[in-house]
Write a protein of this length. Sequence first.
Length: 382
Amino acid sequence: MADLLFKISPNIILGEYTISRIAQYIKPFGLKFMLILDPSLKDKGLKEKIFTPLKERNVNFFVFDAIHDGANTKEIEQALNLARKSHVDGIIAAGGTKAMHTGFAVAALINETNNIYDFIDNSLVAENSIPLICVPTTFRAPYTLTTAVPITDSRTHQAKLIRTQNSICKLILWDSTLAETLDEKQKTALALESLCLTTEAYISQKASFFSDMFSEKAAELLGYGLNGAESLEISTPADHLLEQGGAMASLAAASSSVGVANLLALTLNARYRTPHSLAICALFPYMLEDANSFKADRIEKIARLFGINSSELQKDQIVSTFIENIRNKLSLAGLPTHLKDLNLTMEQLATASEDAGHLDIINTLPRSMNTDELFSLAKKAF
């Protein structure tokens, strides 16, 4: 396992109605903020849940919501220009991953004088950042807890990473009431994405006893949330368990690394706007089958923590039952079980696999893989 490098950052607050105290939490970070808002929140009635506590405490903020095509360099540049002209003290990012990643990039690059494209070709951000406060409305937010975040190069539609010296995110505020507008299909997709995330972190070359702690707890919580709990002592609502599991999975991935399913989902999303969660849903069972050939003990442990722990099952049956359980959940929820269900072609998978080979994430996969091997796995999931 990798050596442990322990650093406490950011502060994490998780619970019901925590958004109502956001003004109190952000007070140490400044007086004027840009709120980068996922445009989908307008239609779901969540915008006012975020606006109201800020207005009531007279927080000086303005909104940027022109992020319709994901966290891409063109829209990030627009947000950067506005933030610089307004001399903001911090960035609040609210919504899904495109808002989180856009906020990360703006907070990281605001004091840089070079072009954004200088920093997506492996240049390290050198100037001081400003605080980023994240308000996820989904179950996971792994990249905002790290020193690198994926964005899309608008010129080539390739996934790239912006790297910083220190963690940009100073506060992440998970409020379970902000996920109430998700339907059951969306909840299942996000929960399975979180389960995939924690499994990848558990089998990564960068895994440590510290990341394992988060991974194992995440698998347990997600299992209770998706399967129910046999013990009457666990009375926490399923949605809260899934959010707690997603938070733990995000911490696991930030302490370790994402894996092959997330890597391919990133490049598919950048190239073809394929929804990240749906791509992972299709890839997850095939990733498990591949990993079981060299990380069988670890996959079995995750399976047992998830709830596949019958004493009547042999070791190999535990893993196969786990994979079948996931496939059944995908089918019952109407989620894609193959990549072709997402209107992708074999040629597109080949391009996405080539793109994946240019991201540093490929160096932290549980086993050494080149682009041909990535494409082979994607073909199995096709």
